[in-house]
Design a protein around this ligand. Structure first.
Ligand SMILES: [Zn+2]
Length: 691
């Protein structure tokens, strides 16, 4: 019998229709899956920020997750892929503050309550955008379990977590030098500081018998010591001594001529000092440098705060500099020191400067009273989980990086001077928690913890999680110790760190630089399957991925080829086909034998490759099999044969290859599957995985 399916495959027409069909089927929800499923397979999506939109990194990450999830579902696992969003503290608050500033308002004009109302409105309006984009990508997420990091249940989890830490004596308040963003008016974590090269000046200042190089001469006013390396032979005679040195008299106002004054400063020895940098001797400004602060702690040096939270010099800088911005103070003090003959030389200099990851402002390290979580025991828990292989990473270098970070962990500054977020559950405290504090609870908070819910019992711990290397410390490390501490288990077995997507010539993808590839535009142009296949085809485990539009075009050609092959086979099938080879099947041709052998080996290798996270390898092998072994070789051979042997082999091969390709290109495989004259069919999504 001849059957006719449309000549051309039109993803636009097919994709939205099929996604709705899948949603209606209920099979994204593991509790609805047919059959007797005894094993589970679970992944919680990395919750995108409510400020987010789909970028190529998401498209890659979620495609890879969906590939495993779809295979496991077909293998008979109770499969849960759980969606959600993150409230994204500082990032989201910045968005709304920007919106307000266009109206000429600040959050303080609105007050806390009104501002939080605005935040919620914003979340309602924009928070769901990226989730709809995930549907466009074809992700088989269980929408009935959609989670948000500020859901009432989630808030309970956060409060309990904080309280438990506190009961253990791990939460304390302390004055520490922290990274402060002047614009965001909040402390931010070390991990939220990005370092960018900056062209500046290096000033060589006379300090008594020494010359010191610094890029920030204005911080001289907060110096409380000089430091040298204990092994530095040049300075042995000075270690531990007090020196009298000439400096600038900051008690004279700036409309008066500058004068010298003598100050006393101590020389300490500390291993943190690099003998090779400059003259091998540094000034120590404990209040405004994170390294200097640590030196000061070891040597009990005083801390003089000279810069305030607005980035201006305060009263401790003396009347001559008080009220100036740091950059103005720098100009003034350089001029003063030059007049006093205390500057030896000034050189051009390039170095890395810390900037706020959210707003690009230069970070000002400041002493500030914040809440901290002690890391010693928690880091140990995470290290133990790695030692016992309760959690494994896909490459040693990621594991080594993680271990190294855990070994050198400072206490976690968990308080933020923001309004949007989880309020610190202590009477009289206005600060909110660092957004990563709540994200760290994600894999079990979404399962209903601290309640002993059915989901928590059935689906926790999860099996795997993926992301690029950027949030390994920020997020994964913290999920591991949180999971171990609160549930006694690692929250996932496997962390798969995927390649970072770069442009074809190896540049960072960026919307503002015009080097990005917008996944939604690509889906519109080529279809979601083409994008998914193009991404999976390019990915290798250990290298960054150089990705161009031509890969997606290749994906589209592949999808069309599959369509045409299927169309050809279906036009020549019998009324009913089987996805099994008949038991009495006698192979007549060597060519058929060869094809079925190759098919058998592609079945085995695809399963193994996906299980080993070798997505690119799996996609390449499937591509070669379909294009060369099936189309170029066997179909050409079969033409005009009109034999039972080739017909059955083609029908069986088509059914099998559709199933193997389904995790990669779910839409077109479902569309073709629905045209197959199979005896029983519901959805290819729940077909048995070939074995
Ligand atoms: Zn900022």
């Amino acid at each position: 019998m001849k059957r006719e399916i449309p000549k051309n495959y039109d993803p636009q027409e097919v994709e939205d229709r099929l996604y709705k069909l899948w949603e209606r089927s209920g099979f994204f929800n593991p509790d609805n899956l047919p059959g007797d499923r005894t094993k589970k397979f679970v992944a919680a999506i990395a919750p995108p920020n409510i400020t987010g939109e789909l970028h190529i990194g998401h498209a890659l990450e979620n495609t890879l997750e969906d590939i495993i999830i779809r295979m496991k579902r077909m293998q008979g696992y109770k499969t849960l892929y759980l969606p959600g969003t993150d409230h994204a503290g500082i990032a989201a608050q910045n968005k709304v503050e920007k919106q307000l500033s266009k109206e000429g308002l600040s959050r303080h004009d609105l007050g806390r309550e009104k501002f939080l109302e605005r935040m919620l409105q914003w979340k309602e309006k924009y928070g769901g955008i990226i989730l709809n984009q995930f549907k466009k990508l074809g992700l088989s997420l269980d929408w009935s379990r959609l989670a948000f990091t500020m859901d009432p249940g989630y808030q309970k989890a956060v409060e309990l977590a904080f309280t438990k830490y506190r009961e253990n004596g791990w939460i304390y308040q302390g004055e520490r030098v922290i990274n402060w963003c002047i614009r965001c008016a909040t402390s931010i974590s070390d991990l939220e500081v990005k370092y960018e090269p900056e062209k500046t000046k290096l000033y060589y200042i006379t300090y008594g018998p020494f010359t010191l190089a610094t890029v920030r001469p204005e911080t001289k006013l907060g110096d409380t010591a000089l430091a040298v390396n204990p092994d530095d032979a040049r300075y042995q005679n000075y270690i531990g001594k007090d020196l009298e040195i000439e400096s600038v008299d900051n008690s004279i106002s700036s409309d008066q001529p500058v004068k010298k004054k003598t100050i006393t400063i101590k020389v300490v020895a500390d291993e943190a000092v690099d003998q090779e940098f400059g003259t091998g001797i540094i000034k120590v400004t404990p209040a405004h440098d994170l390294v200097d602060f640590e030196i000061s702690q070891k040597h009990q040096l005083p801390l003089i705060k000279i810069i305030d939270e607005h980035g201006k010099m305060n009263e401790n800088a003396g009347i001559r500099y008080q009220g100036l911005r740091t950059t103005q103070a720098r100009e003034q003090i350089v001029k003063d020191l030059q007049e006093l003959g205390l500057i030896e030389k000034i050189e051009d200099y390039e170095h890395n400067i810390g900037k706020c990851d959210r707003c690009d402002s230069v970070i000002e390290p400041l002493p500030s009273t914040q809440w901290f979580l002690k890391m010693k025991d928690l880091a140990q828990l995470a290290l133990e989980a790695l030692d016992k292989k309760e959690v494994q990473l896909n490459a040693d270098r990621w594991e080594n990086g993680l271990r190294n970070w855990l070994h050198n962990l400072r206490d976690w500054n968990i308080s933020r001077q923001l309004w949007w977020g989880h309020k610190i559950p202590i009477e009289g405290v206005d600060d909110v928690l660092d957004t990563w504090f709540s994200s760290a609870l994600w894999p079990f908070a979404v399962m209903g913890w601290p309640e002993e819910t059915k989901d928590f019992k059935d689906y926790y711990p999860t099996n795997f999680i993926t992301s690029d290397r950027g949030i390994l410390f920020l997020w994964h490390a913290r999920m591991i110790f949180s999971g171990k501490f609160f549930t006694g288990k690692s929250p996932f077995e496997k962390i798969y760190i995927h390649a970072t997507v770069l442009t074809k010539d190896g540049k960072r993808m960026s919307k503002s630089l015009g080097t990005g590839i917008d996944p939604l535009i690509m889906i519109k142009k080529y279809g979601a399957d083409a994008l998914r296949f193009g991404l999976a085809y390019q990915v290798t485990e250990l290298q960054d991925m150089r990705f161009g539009e031509d890969a997606i075009l290749m994906g589209k050609k592949f999808v069309n080829k599959l369509w045409n092959i299927s169309r050809y086979i279906l036009m020549n099938t019998s009324d009913e086909i089987s996805d099994r080879i008949p038991e009495d099947f006698k192979i007549e041709n060597e060519e058929t034998k060869d094809l079925l052998n190759k098919l058998d080996s592609i079945v085995k290798s695809t399963t193994k490759n996906i299980e080993n996270y070798e997505f690119g390898r799996a996609a390449h092998a499937l591509y070669d099999f379909m294009w060369h072994d099936l189309a170029d070789t066997y179909i050409e051979f079969s033409k005009g044969k009109n034999s039972e042997d080739t017909r059955i082999a083609l029908e069986y091969t088509l059914c099998t290859i559709l199933k193997l390709l389904h995790p990669f290109i779910p839409f077109v495989t479902e569309e073709i599957y629905q045209q197959l004259p199979l005896k029983k069919k519901v959805s290819i999504m729940i077909e048995d995985w070939p074995a």
